[in-house]
Each structure stands twice: as C-alpha cells, then as structure tokens.
Design a protein around this ligand. Structure first.
Ligand code: ADP
Length: 467
C-alpha cells in the first residue's frame, strides 16, 4: 500500500506542481498584457480629451490669455466615475491657469523626438492617485507664438475597477482549469492505478499456506500477464512446498526405522545378563547406527546438491579418466568384502570436463556404491570413460540384479526403492546423482534389460579442450 500511495504522490508531484507553475506563468502573462492594453487605451482617451481641451484653449485665447469658460470645461471634463483636473503651463512648465495642483513632469529630450510619444505619468492630487497627460502645443497669443503645455489629470477609480475585473476574469477561468485538471488527474491516476490496487488486494490475501492461483476473471487487462506469471510462480512454489513437506516426512520416516531398531536392540540387551547376547545386540546397534549415519550423510549430500545450478566460474577443468580411477580405488575395500571384481577399462588418454570435484566425487561414488550393493558376491563392476558423440561418457556397468523397466523412470525420485532389492538403503543415492548431473548440465541414461544381465549407467558430460 505504501508503494501505491507513493506512486500516486509522485504523479501528483509531477503533474500538478508543473501545472500550477504553468498556470501561474500563463496568468501573469495574460494579466501583464491585459493591463498594458487597458493602460494604453485609457491614456489615449485622456490624451484625446487633452487635445480637445487644447483646441478650446486655442480658440478662446488668441488675443488674451484667460481661463477657459467653466461651463465648457465642466462639460468636457465630466466623467461619471472619475474626477478630472486640468492645467495650462507655459513653455518652461510654469503654471498659468487651471488647477495648480496638477503635477508636471518634463518629457525627456530624446522622447520628444518621437512623434508617437505621449508624456503621461502617474502621480497624486490631494492624496488621490491620478494619471496625468501633458501635451505641448504651439499657440499664438497676440501674434506671439509660444509652446504651451495642456495638462489633464484623471483619478484612477475606473482604471482600478477595470483592473480588478481583468484580474477576476483571468483568475476565475484559471482556477476552474486548475480544479478540473486536478479532478481529471486524480481520476486518471485512480483509474490507472486500479489494476495495481486490484493486484495488491489479491496478493495480500495470499499466504504461504494458501497459494491458490488468482482468478483471471475480472483481472484488468494491463496486469493479466503479470497475474498469469504470478500464478505460475505460485504453482511452482506450491509444488516445491509440497515436495519439501513430503521430503521432511519421508526423511523422518527413513530415520525412524533404524532408530526404532536401535531402541529395540538396547531394550533387549538391557533385559539379558548373557554376555554373548549383549555382544550380539551391540553388534546390531553398531550396524543400525552405521546405516543411520549413512542415511544422514546422504540426506546432507542431497540438500547440498539441491543448491542452484553451478555457475560456470565455480567449475574447474578436470580429467575424468584420472578422477574416475581415483574414486574407484576408494571403493575397492567395499568391493573386496563381496569378492567383486571392480576395475577400470576405459580410455587411458585424459578426457576433460568442467566439474565441481567434490560433487562429482559424490556422483561417481553413489553409482559405484549402488553397483556393489545390487551385485551378487563374485560379480563384476567395470568403470569406463570414453568419447561418445563428442561427449565425455562415464560408464558404470555391473552384472547385478538389474533394474526392471517399470522402475527406470522412478529411481531418481527421492526415497524411491525398487521392489526387487533387499540390500539396505534409503532411496536417496540416485536422487543425489541426478541433482549433481543436472548441476553439471550432464545427461544420465540407464541400460538394463532382460536380454543383458546387470545395469549400465551412462553419464554424458560436455567435453572441453585439454588443460
Ligand atoms: P537405494 O540404493 O538406497 O535404494 P538409490 O536412490 O541409490 O537408493 O537407488 C534407487 C533404486 O534404484 C534402488 O532401490 C534400486 O531399486 C535401483 N538401483 C539403483 N542402482 C542400481 C543398480 N546398480 N542395480 C540395480 N538396481 C539399482
């Protein structure tokens, strides 16, 4: 849930924050442009009125400087929202008549050269903000030409009202835009995340005790492949857990039998005073203990060989010919106990493979061990290493009891034992052999048939160039 929320937060951050920034930039730009236009329009209007005032001034004062008729002026300067003030100044900017409070600012010389230049500025009259325009005119009074400045000041009430309206009409649509964008983004995110939320809900209801597959019906199509893979994974996990459970109970069963035997022998020994019987019981206990240790060692070896496939870097080049001879020699004493002729008859030339020496030892040892177990006294076991179909082939051949065809696919299962065997064992040896062969990417074949006595195990390894 934490991740889902943080994804939502991330999307909000990456969509909404930039959106707010864009809207702010956009609104500022709109406001700046709108306000500029408003200012220019008002200023032009003011300048037009000032020009009319100039015309009146020219008409009424061609002979004598005098104030303009108040009636005319009140008609011209009446505005429903604002107050207007005028002043006329001489060429030096000295007040002549009108309202002396109208502020005066001389235009810069360079601005005067521009014929579109309008000398307009903001100031105050009696604490009220005003916009003042000042227009220079050439005028002849008593045939004496001079420059006069016609000035008109206007309070800014209407301008400010319009500015407020501009702000209002910019902000409102932008706010509507922002809120709708937020709603849409929220909606889209919730919709977009719904497959993940769906999956989250389904997965959180699972536990290792309940790994039932997620029902593909109603699964959003964006995640149906993911759900399919998850279901496969869970199925594998389920099988693996079941197999582990089976393994534990089988292993416990295998260990219980010799332990029960040991216990029975101990009880019998405790019940008797006869030294010879005690001796026999102790011998039996000794045998059972050895069997127990053998089973435990095999189980340990199996669990070790069940680790993930060996990395190529963990394998080392190894001459299988020399190695097979070495492992064979360690089992000669066991073979001698049954008068079995154990020997090597394969290639004498080195044949190299990539191998994990310790594990390969277990593989060959288990195969020879089985061959000794399932071959009668005075039998024969032959090992060989040769090249076959460009693979390095290890052969372990015996002339023992053989493996019935129906058992041949089952014997690699853990704890599986053939019906035709009497010798002690836990049914783990070949499971280990198979695991180790898999780790080495090697293939195992069995040849045991009625028309040819005994069993031949073949293990095919990839050949490598000599060391
Ligand atoms: P175990 O030998 O302890 O029973 P394994 O896993 O080594 O367990 O072998 C599984 C079964 O395969 C044996 O019980 C036996 O039936 C059969 N088997 C294995 N090797 C041979 C062999 N060389 N000859 C005959 N049967 C064999």
């Amino acid at each position: 849930m934490k991740n889902v929320l943080s994804t939502r937060k991330l999307i909000f951050q990456w969509i909404l924050i930039p959106l707010v920034v864009i809207i702010l930039i956009d609104s500022s730009f709109l406001f700046y442009q709108g306000d500029k236009l408003r200012q220019e329009t008002f200023d032009k209007d003011l300048a037009e009125t000032a020009k009319t005032l100039a015309v009146i001034f020219k008409k009424t004062s061609s002979k004598k400087i005098r104030d303009i008729d108040p009636n005319t002026i009140s008609l011209l300067l009446s505005e429903p929202h604002d107050e207007m003030f005028y002043a006329i100044r001489d060429s030096k900017g000295q007040f002549m008549f009108g309202n002396p409070k109208v502020p005066y600012q001389e235009a810069d010389a360079e601005n005067l050269a521009d014929k579109d230049f309008l000398n307009v500025f903001s100031d105050e009259i009696d604490g009220k903000g005003v916009r003042v325009v000042s227009i220079p005119i050439e005028h002849a009074i008593r045939n004496k030409i001079a420059t006069y400045h016609i000035q008109l000041a206007e309070t800014r009430l209407q301008r400010e009202e319009i500015q407020r309206q501009i702000i209002f009409w910019i902000i409102i649509p932008q706010l509507i835009l922002l809120v709708s964008a937020m709603i849409l983004v929220r909606f889209a995110i919730t919709r977009g995340l719904s497959p993940i939320l769906f999956l989250n809900e389904k997965i959180s209801s699972l536990s290792y005790k309940n790994l039932s597959p997620i029902d593909l019906q109603g699964v959003p199509k964006e995640v149906d492949r993911l759900v399919g893979s998850l279901n496969n994974l869970m199925q594998e996990l389920n099988l693996s857990i079941q197999s582990q459970n089976r393994f534990v109970s089988d292993a416990a069963h295998q260990l219980r039998t010799p332990l029960a035997g040991i216990l029975a022998q101990i009880e019998l020994a405790l019940d008797t005073q006869e030294a010879s019987e005690i001796q026999t019981r102790l011998k039996n206990i000794n045998e059972s203990s050895k069997r127990l240790i053998h089973i435990i060692n095999q189980l340990l070896s199996l669990s070790k060989s069940q680790s993930p496939a060996l990395q190529h870097s963990e394998l080392e080049p190894l001459d299988l010919v020399t190695f097979t001879k070495k492992v064979t020699s360690t089992l000669l004493p066991d073979a001698d106990l049954k008068y079995i002729d154990l020997g090597y008859e394969g290639s004498e030339e080195a044949l190299n493979i990539m191998a994990d020496e310790a594990r390969l030892y277990d593989l060959i040892h288990n195969l020879i061990d089985n061959a000794i177990k399932y071959t009668a006294d005075h039998g024969k076991i032959t090992l060989a290493v040769d090249l076959k179909d460009s693979k390095v082939r290890l052969t372990v051949e015996d002339n023992g009891i053989g493996i019935p065809e129906e058992d041949q696919t089952m014997i690699y299962e853990r704890f599986y034992r053939g019906d035709n065997v009497n010798a002690a064992g836990a049914g783990v040896g070949l499971a280990i052999v198979k695991e180790i062969a898999d780790l080495h990417n090697a293939r195992i074949e069995i040849d045991s048939r009625q028309d040819k006595k005994g069993t031949r195990f073949y293990v095919y390894f990839d050949a490598i160039a000599p060391k």
